[in-house]
Ligand binder design. Structure first.
Ligand SMILES: Cc1ncc(COP(=O)(O)O)c(C=O)c1O
Length: 353
């Protein structure tokens, strides 16, 4: 196969080893003479997968047993609903949200169905070109919700505020890409399909002590406590995405963990941003200080060069470079598995335009 340089924003590139091992598991899992796809999720072989998939997240994030790890269906979008259902008080519920893009706005829209929502900061009026920083979140809120990386606009929170309430973060597009003090968060969620596995499963990391306090009668399937009680097997989990996510996380752990991934991600982003800043034909959509290490969203300033540029990157074997349909332009997603060489190919195309 002539492998492309895959800059797709998600589902996206994963380590080649993950593709190979997942393919093998579909044919014959652990040498048991059965496919991963045809065994019970209650079989000892799959229970071992789930146990390790939960344990490795805590090791990588350096979290203690105050936290539980869940693999759930429904995408990150379901977490827009599960978070307020589980955390917003049934009486006079009130939450603070930071509006940094379409996904944050989606979370806000759902939360409003459960109680009162204050948007404590928003960059919507400026096309989400920066991350608001000037706000305070007091104890009157049940929780604060933010989005660590804004996949469409290419902005990223470099620091997180100190808040006087629970801290909830959608890390869908930069999970495991950089070192953070993960214990500053009470609940983290991430659709797997951007940096930790295939589509079909969502990671939730939650501090146990925050649950069971909303006063709501939560349907079991939406109740984190029920999923915890059943060790992430309340219902049939998405077995293949969980297994492929485990392989991706094992690959990360065996290659220096998050710290080493961060160093590689910084090198890739530096290479591309330096070219964007040097080349008068390109500019990013967002303010410099908020530039994402994961999604580099940029535009061409001379539209007459569009056809030449598009032909050049396609000829160079690049795939998935088109920007999100809502803002156009280009987006180079530099997820953990993307090699530096792929960024160099793109930079060479930009240099020669
Ligand atoms: C930051 C962020 N949050 C949420 C979502 C929605 O994820 P899902 O499609 O898994 O519901 C996305 C999808 O791109 C995203 O980038």
């Amino acid at each position: 196969m002539n492998k492309k340089h895959n800059f797709s924003a998600g589902p996206c590139i994963l380590p080649q080893e993950v593709f190979e091992k997942s393919a093998q598991a579909i044919l014959d899992f652990n040498g048991i003479g059965l496919s991963l796809l045809e065994i019970s999720h209650r079989s000892k072989d799959f229970v071992a997968v789930m146990d390790e998939a939960r344990a490795i997240v805590k090791r990588l994030m350096n979290l203690n047993d105050d936290y539980e790890v869940l693999y759930l269906g429904g995408g990150a979008s379901l977490q827009f609903v599960m978070v307020p259902f589980n955390l917003m008080k049934s009486e006079n519920g009130k939450a603070a949200y930071l509006d940094t893009g379409v996904w944050a706005a989606g979370a806000i829209k759902e939360a409003k169905k459960f109680g009162s929502v204050d948007v404590v900061g928003s960059s919507k009026e400026d096309n989400y070109s920066y991350v608001p920083k000037d706000y305070n979140v007091g104890s009157e809120y049940d929780y604060f919700h933010c989005t660590s990386n804004n996949t469409i606009y290419g902005t990223q929170m470099k620091t997180f505020p100190k808040v006087d309430t629970l801290m909830v973060c959608d890390m869908s597009s930069d999970i495991f890409s950089r070192e953070l003090d993960f214990s500053q968060f009470d609940l983290i969620y991430a659709g797997a399909q951007k940096n930790m596995g295939p589509a079909g499963v969502t990671l939730v990391v939650v501090k146990k002590e925050i649950l069971g306090k909303s006063g709501r009668d939560i349907p079991s399937i939406l109740d984190y406590s029920q999923h915890i009680a059943k060790e992430s097997m309340y219902n049939t989990p998405p077995v293949f995405p969980v297994y492929a996510s485990l392989l991706t996380l094992q690959h990360l752990e065996n290659n220096g963990g998050i710290a080493a991934a961060e160093a590689r991600n910084e090198a890739k982003a530096k290479l591309l941003y330096e070219e964007i800043d040097r080349n008068p034909l390109f500019e990013t959509f967002c303010k410099k200080e908020d530039r994402s290490l994961m999604n580099v969203s940029f535009r061409l300033l001379d539209e007459s060069k569009k056809e030449t540029f598009d032909n050049a990157w396609k000829t160079a074997g690049i795939s998935g470079l088109n920007g999100h349909r809502s803002i156009g332009g280009y987006r180079a997603s530099l997820y953990n598995a993307l090699p530096l060489e792929s960024v160099q190919v793109l930079v060479d195309v930009m240099k020669n335009l």
